[in-house]
Write a protein that binds this ligand. Structure first.
Ligand code: ADP
Length: 654
């Protein structure tokens, strides 16, 4: 501050006073001044409107005019520095008029030699600095706010198309695709999922930065929440050949008040990290309660036997974008946002996160959350050790039927649905009881009712118990199976009385699901004919095409387009393969022939097909208009010119 020269404007019509003021200013050791002197009100207004001075000393009496007018005009013109009014004698009225007009202080010229003058100048300048800082801070805050808004907006904009990419990929993955397309769709799906989770993290972080992240507290069944986390994580744990154990040595409150989505997000994040950074051994999740400062807190620890984290890195990893830059962490991907978000979320839940880790031995992350007042809540020891640690070797036997899976957790719903569809049943989904009732009504209207319903007990909007009561009232007679973590005595009886047929305990285990499907659904050989016809009628008869095309890419895209129109498409890549397929399967509505095949021309092949299977209808697919004389003897439906597109294929089907 001392080395900075303060620009001072002195508005004074008396030269002696100007010289005196300069002397006094020189004596002040708090500041060095560069004084500019103007003597007329017009000059003063003009100079001040340039706003180039840090401070202005303004004489009240400027010849015939009044310093107050200059003051008012200067501030109106945008002078932002402090103005101190100078006057010959004390005058209370003038004092308040000057302050009203925007002066920061008022000084009698006789006081200039006193410490009052020095103080007035110091204060005025200090105030200017503070004001300047405030303006800068406000500006920065506004910039930050708009940055956060931009980020949140961008993430939303990116998430929307990504969700449909993922949704459609998932749909395609469920349809009967060739193995190759399944692999490629898998790549799209995994990468899309990864991108989505990164975007979600960025969105979370921007919400946290903008202080917009709000927790949604509700009653949460701890057993059911932990069982869901266990079911979801077990798949990736087993994929990596690790084991996952959930333990509690202590009875835990059955009902807590938490933000279930956020607590689940934190647990999944920590278990995911444990899986990512562990190559062999086990991951153990423990839960307990403990008093901290007179509050009973809920604790979870996630322990892995992985690579561990070096002591100097242990604090860093809770900061955004911090990753430990080693080969392993790079190969597993991530943006280094997960732990920063967990730490922020936990501090908002009145909790905390801590880490104990040793390089080469593993890491234990311990988190705490405030579960509301749980002093009077019923408690139970949660025990997931009864669940087999290795994926059941039981291969599902094929079943037949339509299944409705009702669960509010999307990932869990899809997982259960996937297990069921791998047995051959057709799966539909609902997010809560109300949606389930709607689906059942629609299915009944189309005379294709669900053969079995799997329904979660705790869901928003309408839970499983209420939905089952309603379903039975509506006259639904099929089996309803509860998905529940509740193991209390008498629960089976209670559920049976409500109309449930059976219970599958959470965490959902594939073998109990397969068993249940076998118990309640019929195998395809024994499927009742009548229902088969109904289901077929619902989906209309699917057309079947044989596509003979040697170019892999062209074959795949044509197949994709045909499948999207509901046509089942079998591909043959040569004349020989085409004849081989037709040898034991002629159930095709059309055979599409490429003109140039590796082992002959499409026309020759067409002749052979005509001869052997005269009932089959042929379509030539060609890059150029074929010579009419060449094809005149062939019995063909039509000729399609490449490139093939959806519209072209549509005309073929209709
Ligand atoms: P990322 O998305 O990169 O995993 P995180 O914030 O979740 O971001 O983790 C930050 C870093 O902390 C990781 O990149 C990794 O280096 C380290 N880390 C987190 N969890 C573990 C763990 N269980 N074992 C070893 N290192 C870990």
């Amino acid at each position: 501050m001392l080395d900075k020269v303060t620009q001072l404007l002195l508005v004074e019509d008396d030269e002696d006073d100007y010289i005196l003021t300069c002397d006094y200013l020189e004596q002040l050791d708090s500041h060095t001044f560069n004084v500019q002197w103007v003597s007329s009100p017009e000059q003063a207004i003009e100079t001040l409107s340039k706003n180039e001075h840090d401070i202005c000393l303004l004489d009240y009496r400027l010849g015939a005019s009044n310093g107050l007018d200059v003051l008012k005009e200067a501030t109106a013109n945008g002078f932002s520095g402090p103005i101190i009014m100078l006057t010959g004698q004390s005058d209370d009225e003038l004092d308040s008029a000057a302050l009203d007009a925007g002066a920061v202080d008022y000084l009698i010229k006789g006081e200039m030699s006193s410490s009052r003058f020095a103080r007035a100048i110091r204060y005025a300048l200090a105030r200017k600095d503070v004001e300047g800082e405030r303006v800068e801070r406000l500006k920065a805050e506004a910039e930050n706010r708009s940055k956060d808004r931009f980020l949140a907006h961008l993430s939303h904009e990116l998430r929307t198309p990504l969700s449909s990419i993922l949704g459609y990929t998932e749909l395609l993955m469920q349809s009967d695709f060739s193995q190759q397309a399944e692999n490629e769709l898998g790549v799209i799906y995994r990468n899309g999922k990864h991108l989505l989770s990164l975007l979600n993290d960025v969105l979370d972080l921007s919400k946290i930065a903008a202080d917009k992240l709000e927790l949604t507290l509700s009653e949460v069944n701890l057993d059911s929440m932990l069982a869901d986390v266990y079911t979801l994580m077990r798949v990736s744990v087993l994929d990596k050949g690790l084991t996952l154990r959930f333990e509690s040595d202590q009875a835990l409150p059955l009902v807590t008040r938490l933000d279930a989505t956020r607590v689940r997000q934190i647990l999944i994040n920590l278990i995911n990290n444990a899986v990512k950074f562990t190559d062999k051994g086990e991951i153990v999740v423990k839960a307990w309660t403990q008093h901290v400062d007179n509050k009973e807190m809920l604790f979870f620890s996630i322990k892995d036997s992985g690579m561990g984290i070096a002591p100097e890195k242990q604090q860093l990893i809770f900061k955004p974008f911090e990753q430990i830059a080693d080969v392993e962490s790079r190969s597993v991907g991530g943006a280094g946002l997960g732990l920063a978000i967990c730490a922020e979320l936990l501090s908002r839940m009145q909790g905390s996160i801590s880490l104990h880790s040793e390089i080469g031995k593993g890491s234990t992350f311990t988190i705490s959350v405030y579960p509301g007042d749980i002093s009077d809540v019923e408690r139970q020891v949660l025990n997931f050790s009864s669940v087999p640690q290795l994926q059941s070797k039981l291969t599902p036997s094929k079943v037949h039927g339509r299944v409705l899976v009702v669960d509010d957790l999307r990932d869990l719903r899809m997982l259960v649905g996937h297990m069921i569809s791998s047995c051959g049943a057709r799966v539909d989904y609902a997010e809560h009881g109300q949606q389930a009732l709607e689906k059942v009504r629609i299915a009944d209207a189309y005379k294709a009712p669900y053969d079995i319903i799997f329904i979660d007990i705790h869901m928003p909007v309408m839970g499983g118990k209420e939905a089952t009561i309603e379903l039975r009232k509506m006259g639904y007679k099929g089996p309803i199976i509860a998905l529940t973590a509740a193991t209390m005595k008498g629960i089976h009886e209670e559920l049976a009385a409500l109309g449930f047929n059976d219970v599958i305990p959470k965490p959902v285990d594939s073998s109990s699901l397969y068993q249940c499907l076998q118990d309640y659904l019929v195998s395809p050989e024994n499927a009742p004919q009548a229902k088969d016809i109904q289901v077929k009628a619902l989906s209309e008869k699917r057309q079947r095409f044989l596509l003979v095309e040697d170019d892999d890419d062209a074959a795949q895209i044509t197949q994709l387009l045909l499948e999207s129109l509901g046509v089942e498409t079998v591909i043959a890549s040569s004349c020989a393969q085409c004849l081989q397929i037709l040898n034991h399967d002629q159930q095709f509505d059309k055979v599409l022939l490429d003109m140039h095949l590796p082992d002959g021309s499409g026309i020759d092949l067409g002749e052979q097909v005509n001869e052997r299977y005269p009932e089959l209808r042929l379509v030539i697919v060609s890059g150029a208009e074929p010579d009419p004389t060449e094809i005149k003897d062939l019995n063909i439906d039509r000729v399609l010119l490449k490139p093939i597109n959806l519209g072209l294929l549509e005309t073929l089907i209709s």
